[in-house]
Design a protein around this ligand. Structure first.
Ligand SMILES: [Zn+2]
Length: 40
């Protein structure tokens, strides 16, 4: 199962599509944007 571990390690961090800010995994309701951009 070594390949599975590598797969998750190489997953890119979720980023805001507007400013590029990293989006916390726990805030999935924000969609593709960070909290700041989502409020605009
Ligand atoms: Zn943003």
């Amino acid at each position: 199962m070594e390949n599975v571990v590598e797969f998750f390690k190489n997953l890119p961090a979720k980023k805001c599509s507007n400013c590029g800010e990293k989006i916390e995994e726990q805030h999935e309701c924000y969609g593709s944007q960070c909290e700041k951009c989502d409020e605009l």
